[in-house]
Design a protein around this ligand. Structure first.
Ligand SMILES: [Zn+2]
Length: 64
């Protein structure tokens, strides 16, 4: 799930998938236009909760 928010209207829209395309040299997401003003919204920074235990503190380098 991708959440996009209009910078002007503060309206958030949800997209189940993000299809990127380039318009006027800017990378935008297809179907991410604001329903109010019609400008392209920007993706809201994802909040990572319950991070999978991929980050480990022990050294990963093997000793030769
Ligand atoms: Zn808007």
């Amino acid at each position: 799930m991708f959440i996009y928010q209009c910078a002007d209207c503060k309206i958030q829209i949800e997209l189940t998938r993000a299809v990127m395309k380039v318009v006027d040299g800017s990378v935008i997401t297809k179907d991410s236009e604001c329903p109010e003003c019609g400008q392209y919204t920007r993706e809201v920074e994802k909040k990572f909760t319950g991070f999978p235990s991929l980050i480990r503190t022990e050294p990963t380098l093997r000793k030769k």
